[in-house]
Design a protein around this ligand. Structure first.
Ligand SMILES: *Cc1c(COP(=O)(O)O)cnc(C)c1O
Length: 371
């Protein structure tokens, strides 16, 4: 969560975050969710792009409710947004109750034990502090069972605090035809009906971009706000992140020579290779690399799509630039890994992972730019 500033002259790469795209994406999601309200999920340092800049931009764009995973994230967010409604998804850890009160944060109570502890804390201080209730409808991760939710509903008068949100989470929203979606929807309807005066929330990005039956009172998009692609049948919103890596050296490789650790890439022709100053320590997955048996990701240099070759090192990677005219590339230039037609989704697919992991792994050694 640091915002260390690395000067451009020293950095191995430039990470450009487009805050206007971020705001536009939030507003587009709000528009599609209406009449439901639209929260913003900003856990994981705002999915890696940087909470300190993302949160004020989202507030400016109209977001008023925010979700983080951990108390430490909530505290940082409170420092940035004194008036926001802040929910902490991972639930109430024992001994943290007072911190919620101090910062006016709302725990998302995810078990009967957490509900009891919040009740007891509120009774102790003689003050009913608002909280959310998470009910599990099939994810089997966090949340009370539906039977426990019934108990809470029947004992509402003795809770000693106001419930301001009842929520659940979809396990398969990225696969619209998965039968679990309809089952979770039906079960959540029954649960929301137990709390008719409380706002209800079920949908993440994939849910918010689909059937309005899933929207209820509040949607909770994360990845779509950051330009990711939560479902294949809906085009991603505007890209928010651009990543360019510095060319440190250019070299010639003879036919039959190998490149990088393990000799995993063999040159099949006399080649020119650009060495870029970033690697897996910067969040570029090792699986984005290539071998003689398997292609990897691509980078754009002087308008050409160039394949990554060989294994990705901790701080370096290699790109075949044989197709780029010699005059069009020199040390100090930058190669684009995200942007210029290369999407988060492309890099994720080549790396056998998802755009969420690419974003939240983005390194701390880049020169960061905000536009
Ligand atoms: C992370 C998270 C979200 C946001 O999910 P996206 O797929 O990024 O939109 C919403 N709700 C819960 C409970 C989450 O953990």
């Amino acid at each position: 969560m640091t915002d260390r500033d690395i000067p451009l002259s020293e950095a191995g790469g430039i990470l450009t975050v487009d805050l206007s795209a971020l705001s536009a994406n939030y507003q587009e999601l709000s528009r599609r969710a209406a009449p439901a309200a639209c929260a913003a999920v900003v856990k994981g340092d705002a999915y890696g792009i940087g909470l300190t800049r993302a949160a004020p931009a989202l507030w400016q764009a109209g977001a008023r409710s925010f979700f983080v995973a951990l108390l430490a994230e909530a505290r940082q967010l409170r420092g940035l947004l004194p008036e926001a409604e802040i929910f902490v998804l991972n639930g109430l850890f024992p001994g943290t109750e007072a911190a919620y009160r101090e910062q006016a944060l709302r725990p998302v109570l995810g078990s009967a034990d957490q509900v009891e502890r919040w009740s007891a804390f509120c009774a102790d201080i003689g003050e009913g502090l608002p909280a959310a209730l998470h009910v599990d409808t099939g994810m089997n991760r966090l949340g009370l069972t539906p039977a426990e939710a019934v108990n809470v509903a029947e004992g509402r008068d003795e809770l000693g605090f106001p419930l301001v949100l009842v929520m659940s989470h979809l396990a398969c929203a990225d696969e619209p035809d998965h039968p679990l979606n309809a089952r979770q929807l039906e079960d959540f309807r029954a649960i929301a009906a137990l709390f008719p005066d409380v706002r209800a929330s079920l949908a993440n990005s994939a849910g918010a971009l689909g059937d309005p039956a899933y929207h209820f009172d509040l949607v909770r998009p994360g990845i779509a706000v950051y330009g990711g692609r939560p479902r294949k049948d809906v085009a991603p919103l505007r890209p928010v992140v651009r990543l360019e890596l510095r060319v440190v050296q250019l070299r010639r490789v003879h036919e039959g020579e190998t490149v990088g650790y393990g000799g995993a890439h063999t040159a099949l022709r006399p080649s020119r290779v650009a060495i870029l100053s970033a690697g897996y320590a910067d969040g570029i997955p090792r699986l984005a690399g290539a071998s003689d048996l398997r292609p990897g990701a691509e980078a754009v240099i002087a308008g050409h799509r160039c394949p990554l070759i060989g294994r990705i090192s901790m701080d370096l990677l290699a790109v075949d630039v044989t197709e780029v005219a010699e005059d069009n590339i020199q040390p100090g230039d930058f190669a684009t890994l995200l942007g210029d037609g290369l999407s988060l989704d492309d890099l994720a697919r080549h790396s056998h992972t998802i755009d969420y992991e690419i974003l939240t792994s983005l390194g701390r050694r880049y020169h960061r730019r905000w536009v």
